[in-house]
Design a protein around this ligand. Structure first.
Ligand code: SAM
Length: 260
C-alpha cells in the first residue's frame, strides 16, 4: 500500500512514522509513505500556498494551483488510487471506511490548513472527503496520520498477530471485551476466574457476553446492526441480556422527532 501525503508541513510526519508498528511496516515494505511539500509547487514570488477568501471573511484559503500541481506530479496518470481530502465537513471516518480503503493500492491525502482548500480544487480532484470527528483541528496532518494508522494495521502482515485486527472493537460491530494480564491479583482485585480455567469454550462464551455488556453500557446503538447467530441468541437469553437488547432496539427505532 502506498500513501502519499500533500502538506505544507512535511516535518510534521517525522516522529509518528518512526515509532512502533508503523515504523516496522515501513521497514518491511508493507507500506510506503511519500511526503510531498505543497510549497514546492507554488509559483508565486513568496511560494504562497494561501490567499484571502474572495468575498471577504476571516482567515486564509489554500490556493488551488499549487495543490493541483503537486497532486499531478504525485499521481502521474496512476489509475488505482483514491484522492482523499481531510476535512471536518467530510463523511465520518470509521472502522468500515478503514476496511474499505485498505483494499485500494494507493491513497493520496490532502492536508488542509487555515480555512481549508479552494472548493474548485476539491470539485475537480478529490474522490472523497473524510472527517475524523466532529471537532475542528488546526490542520489535516493529524487526521491523515489517524486514517493512515487505522488502515495500515489492517494490511496483511502489518500486525504481529493477524487476529488482533479481526477481534478489535468495531470489527465485529461491537466494542471489545476487557483484557487482563499478570499479576493474577492487582491491589486486591483478582482477574476473572474463568480466564484462568484453561477452558477455551468457557472463555469464548465469557468474552462474548462481556463484549455485549460493554457495548450495551457504552454504545447501545451499535447493537442495532449486529446479527447474532442462533447459538449466541441462546446464550444471551440464558444470561438475561436478550431483553435488554430488545429494549435498546425498540427505543432507538421508535425515537420520535422532537420539535426544537
Ligand atoms: N473553517 C473550516 C470549517 O469550519 O470547516 C475548518 C478548517 S480547519 C481549521 C483546517 C484544516 O484542518 C481543514 O482544511 C482540514 O484539512 C483539517 N481538519 C480540521 N478538522 C478536521 C477533522 N475533524 N477531520 C479531518 N480534517 C480536519
Amino acid at each position: 500500500m502506498v500513501f502519499d501525503i500533500l502538506t505544507i508541513f512535511p516535518d510534521f510526519f517525522g516522529s509518528p512514522l518512526q515509532e512502533g508498528i508503523i515504523r516496522r511496516a515501513l521497514e518491511d515494505g508493507k507500506i510506503q509513505v511519500g511526503i510531498h511539500n505543497i510549497r514546492d509547487y507554488a509559483l508565486a514570488r513568496h511560494r504562497m500556498t494561501d490567499d484571502r477568501p474572495i468575498g471577504g471573511g476571516e482567515g486564509m484559503v489554500m490556493k488551488p494551483e499549487p495543490l493541483a500541481e503537486c497532486l499531478r506530479a504525485v499521481i502521474e496518470g496512476e489509475q488505482n488510487r483514491r484522492v482523499i481530502l481531510l476535512s471536518p465537513k467530510g463523511n465520518r471516518f470509521t472502522q468500515q471506511s478503514a476496511q474499505r480503503l485498505a483494499t485500494v493500492p494507493r491513497l493520496v491525502f490532502i492536508c488542509g490548513r487555515y480555512e481549508g482548500v479552494d472548493e474548485r480544487f476539491r470539485d475537480k480532484y478529490v474522490d472523497e472527503e473524510l472527517s475524523i470527528g466532529d471537532y475542528v483541528l488546526t490542520g489535516g496532518e493529524l487526521a491523515a496520520l489517524v486514517v493512515m494508522d487505522a488502515i495500515s494495521r489492517l494490511l496483511p502482515g502489518v500486525l504481529g498477530c493477524e487476529d488482533s485486527a479481526v477481534n478489535d472493537s468495531f470489527s465485529c460491530g461491537m466494542l471489545k471485551h476487557a483484557q487482563y494480564t499478570r499479576p493474577r491479583i492487582f491491589e486486591g482485585t483478582p482477574v476473572p476466574e474463568v480466564l484462568l480455567s484453561g477452558d477455551h469454550a468457557a472463555i469464548a462464551r465469557y468474552r462474548f457476553i462481556e463484549t455485549v455488556k460493554v457495548t450495551l453500557e457504552r454504545r447501545p446503538e451499535m447493537l442495532l446492526d449486529v446479527r447474532f447467530t442462533p447459538a449466541e441468541l441462546k446464550l444471551l437469553k440464558k444470561e438475561g441480556l436478550f431483553g435488554r437488547i430488545e429494549t435498546v432496539v425498540k427505543e432507538y427505532k421508535a425515537e420520535p422527532i422532537h420539535a426544537g
